[in-house]
Design a binder for this molecule. Structure first.
Ligand code: NAD
Length: 294
């Protein structure tokens, strides 16, 4: 189900889509009961860090209240398993990199805080209501499934790879935020995780919960980082085109390096990322973008 506030009808087979809002507890409870749902994967949220600093209340309303309403509906319908889209933003500017799940919560924007609040609600619902949950803390989701017609399509787009690809397509420079960070080439390092590897983690997490696995959060990242400049170079290699770009000032709240330690996910769920090659990630995103999607 999706309220289509930020999604696209054509991204989902028509007969599978239910247009409704997470805030509509009653309709959700009925849907869960009618369809005899065993487990929920909860992606529905607003996800722009910048927007969350402009209208924090929107993020608490949609991401926190919406989630709470969904959990209430699940409890009413007797559904006791949920996988939740969380984020590396829960860690803020981490003390140690690679980041393990033991790193304390330290969000530095309302978006990250909204995800932390939901994780905390889930921990209490596990303890007192038997609702088993796995928050998956995504690092930088990227790539695409071009043959399925699926890829990144945010409006406005804020993510690096689609922005770089758009700069090539429209010939207008993309701004890269800061090249004076304490990293080898001065640009920020991030852990880019292909959306299909991310999807596989969700399936394993659902299976784990349905087999009686305990609640707990897992990082989802490859464990190796790439700098912004490395991404630009990969895009130039894959597309054979120069990336028009300018270097702007640092963006507030951007840590120099965010890389996941995802050993817990590998050990506990047997997950292995398969599409870790940056060129593969970029080439899937490029194929999707060339179809006029970003
Ligand atoms: N893309 C990333 O890099 C990334 C990283 C970390 C976490 N996440 C999380 O993953 C999830 C999916 O992200 P995405 O990039 O696919 O975002 P997206 O905006 O493409 O998808 C979110 C979907 O949720 C729907 N939605 C929002 N509020 C809703 C509501 N109240 N009721 C019903 N539907 C609602 C939107 O219409 C949209 O289709 C989000 O929860 C996001 O916070 C994404």
């Amino acid at each position: 189900m999706d309220n289509l506030s930020r999604g696209y009808r054509e991204a989902v087979p028509e007969d599978l889509l239910r247009v409704m809002d997470t805030q509509d507890t009653e309709r959700l409870a009925k849907l869960l009961a009618d369809e005899r749902i065993d487990a929920v994967i909860h992606f529905a949220a607003y996800m722009s860090v910048g927007e969350s600093t402009q209208v924090p209340e929107l993020y608490f309303q949609n991401n926190v209240s919406g989630s709470l309403s969904l959990f209430e509906a699940m409890l009413q319908a007797g559904v006791k398993h949920i996988v939740f889209s969380s984020t590396a933003a829960a860690y803020g500017i981490p003390e140690r990199v690679p980041i393990t799940e033991d790193e304390p919560y330290a969000p530095i924007n309302p978006y990250g805080e909204s995800k932390v609040m939901v994780e905390k609600i889930l921990a209490w619902l596990d303890r007192y209501r038997g609702l088993r949950s796995i928050p998956l803390r995504y690092f930088n989701a990227c790539g695409a499934e071009p043959e399925a017609g699926l890829g990144e399509r945010h409006d406005p787009e804020t993510h690096l790879i689609p922005l770089i690809l758009r700069a090539i397509r429209i010939g207008k420079p993309v701004t890269l935020f800061g090249d004076d960070y304490p990293t080898p080439d001065g640009t920020c390092i991030r852990d880019y995780i292909h959306v299909s590897d991310l999807a596989e983690a969700h399936i394993l997490a659902v299976e784990y919960l349905l087999n009686g696995g305990a609640s707990g959060a897992f990082n989802v990242g490859t464990g190796s980082g790439h700098s912004v400049k490395e991404v630009v170079t990969a895009v130039e290699r894959v597309t054979g085109k120069k990336v028009p770009h300018t270097i702007g000032p640092r963006r507030e709240g951007d840590p120099p390096s965010l890389v996941a330690d995802s050993q817990k996910l590998q050990r506990t769920l047997g997950w292995r990322p398969k599409r870790t090659d940056l060129d593969r990630i970029v080439s899937d995103a490029w194929e999707f973008a060339q179809k006029g999607n970003s």
